[in-house]
Design a protein around this ligand. Structure first.
Ligand code: LLP
Length: 485
């Protein structure tokens, strides 16, 4: 249960742009000879001219390398204790046809949370059996589509859904539908309440805690937990195959001990079910949530370290419980795509605002420089929604101007439209400059909106000095196409 150390020492940064490669930037980010940022050999100034700004820039080699390192780390560590493991890329972090193909080519499977994400994975040619479907409120159409596509697993989120998936499977008359039961272990981890999904007072999964639950018609005893009740219900349905138990404890987790505690609880449930029914659930999914660095000096979870810790811990738990190890799976999203992406913006209005002294007295000389960029909360809602912190740098040039305390803000009609709360930028930052915001690959484009009728930026992949548009920029025509007049 030791905390993992990062793979490297935190890189040194200077606010005026003397950049040393390292997180939170993708591995392909450098400063070119004249001081402009390059990503995978592509100069951001050329990229801005060719693609416009704002633009999400995705470093393909970096993303693929992260996918590989998660897969290799977990395969090696779990092989060491005699268990198999599959890595599912959580498409909610960012999914496009190309990205689904990349991660699949790197040996990952794809976890989808809606019919829309499922459609992208299928369009990419990911085989159904390598896709999982989540969702706390799946529609009949989503369940049907998943079954028709032959998905490898439907992660069932409620007792009602056990019946709904069974009915859909029965109607198709084919092989039993492979299902996992999503349980909530009471382990709460991650940076923000809204992104922590395994404590009890929330909508996901079925609780391991007993009480407050009355089961009918399932053969369960009234003191059973909702999780146990659902497992028994699945076993009672010949149209369903009980493939596994699933637990996801939160997101942006930097203290890995929560994974081990949750895994232990899931393995206990599995052992209890086996004792009761003789059925040993073949798989356990430990969910996603692996934290990344957003700021210089922050240290991401190291996949090798966490894989070893979790493998050792589940092996010990299984030995204690006297049950053989199941096959495992994990669902990282952010850790694969987050650091691979940056957002490129053009600076517009720069406004120094006197903000008062440390205790707010008038006449103070403390000034915050509001640097407005051509995007904002519509392309990155995370600062407004979660108070998330990001790092920005001047991207088109180096400057030796004295740094100023800056706040990077968007163009939306909201004072909370902030992309970077506090960052030191060169004092001569001005309209027409380019700013790059690091580590925006996850939950940026995927949570983007059209607030204020701002078209969503493109996602542009860079690799080996070349660029490729993965998702094109939205146009006003796209927005108006939906408007029926
Ligand atoms: N598996 C399940 C069942 C999940 O619910 C999630 C994320 C993941 C995997 C992937 O988690 P990751 O490895 O990316 O942390 N919009 C929030 C994050 C919400 C995460 C929801 N579930 C944010 O921007 O931080």
């Amino acid at each position: 249960m030791s905390a993992s150390a990062g793979p490297t020492t935190p890189p040194a940064f200077s606010p005026t742009g003397t950049y040393v490669p390292g997180e939170p930037w993708s591995s392909g980010v450098r400063r070119g000879p004249d001081g402009a940022l390059t990503v995978a050999g592509v100069d951001v100034r050329e990229l801005a001219v060719a693609q416009g700004t704002p633009a999400y820039v995705l470093d393909e080699a970096d993303l693929r390398e992260r996918a590989r390192s998660y897969r290799r780390a977990f395969e090696a560590a779990f092989a060491e204790v005699g268990a198999g493991v599959d890595v599912y890329y959580a498409g909610k972090a960012f999914l496009s046809v190309a990205v689904a193909r990349w991660v699949h080519a790197e040996g990952l499977r794809v976890d989808t949370a809606t019919g829309g994400e499922l459609a992208v994975a299928l369009r990419a040619g990911v085989p159904g059996e390598h896709i999982g479907l989540h969702g706390n409120n799946k529609s009949d159409a989503e369940i049907a589509r998943a079954l028709d596509a032959g998905v490898g697993r439907i992660i069932v989120d409620s007792l009602v859904e056990v019946e709904r998936v069974a009915a859909a499977s029965r109607a198709r008359g084919g092989a039993p539908a492979p299902v996992m039961i999503r349980v909530t272990t009471g382990v709460h981890a991650g940076g923000h309440e809204y992104i922590s999904t395994a404590h009890e007072d929330q909508k996901f999964g079925l609780s391991l805690a007993t009480g407050g639950h009355v089961a009918t018609g399932t053969g369960a005893q009234t003191e059973d937990s909702p999780a146990m009740t659902a497992l028994l219900a699945v076993l009672a349905h010949p149209e369903l195959e009980l493939l596994g138990i699933h637990s996801h404890i939160g997101s942006q987790i930097l203290d890995p001990s929560g994974f081990e505690v949750a895994a232990r609880k899931v393995l206990e449930l599995r052992a209890a079910l086996a004792q009761r029914t003789g059925f040993l659930v073949p798989e356990v999914d430990l969910g996603g949530g692996y934290g990344i660095a957003y700021l210089p000096g922050e240290v991401a979870l190291d996949p090798d370290r966490i894989a070893k810790d979790v493998a050792a811990s589940v092996a010990a738990s299984s030995a204690d419980l006297g049950t053989p190890l199941p096959r495992f799976s994990i669902e990282p999203g952010r850790a694969i795509v987050g650091p691979a992406g940056l957002t490129l913006y053009t600076v517009g209005t720069v406004k120094p605002v006197r903000v008062g002294g440390p205790d707010g007295e008038a006449g103070s000389t403390i000034v915050r420089t509001y640097v407005s960029i051509d995007g904002g909360m519509s392309d990155n809602i995370r600062p407004a929604l979660y108070g998330a912190d990001y790092h920005a740098e001047l991207a088109n040039r180096l400057s030796d101007a004295e740094p100023v305390l800056a706040r990077v803000v968007g163009k939306h009609c909201e004072s909370g439209d902030i992309v970077v709360h506090d960052v030191l930028l060169p004092g001569d930052v001005r309209a027409g400059d380019l700013l790059a915001v690091a580590a925006t690959g996850a939950y940026g484009r995927s949570m983007a909106s059209n607030y204020n009728h701002v078209p969503r930026p493109p996602v542009v992949a860079v690799a080996d000095g070349g660029t490729r548009v993965l998702v094109r920029r939205e146009t006003e025509d796209d927005l108006l196409a939906l408007d029926q007049g």
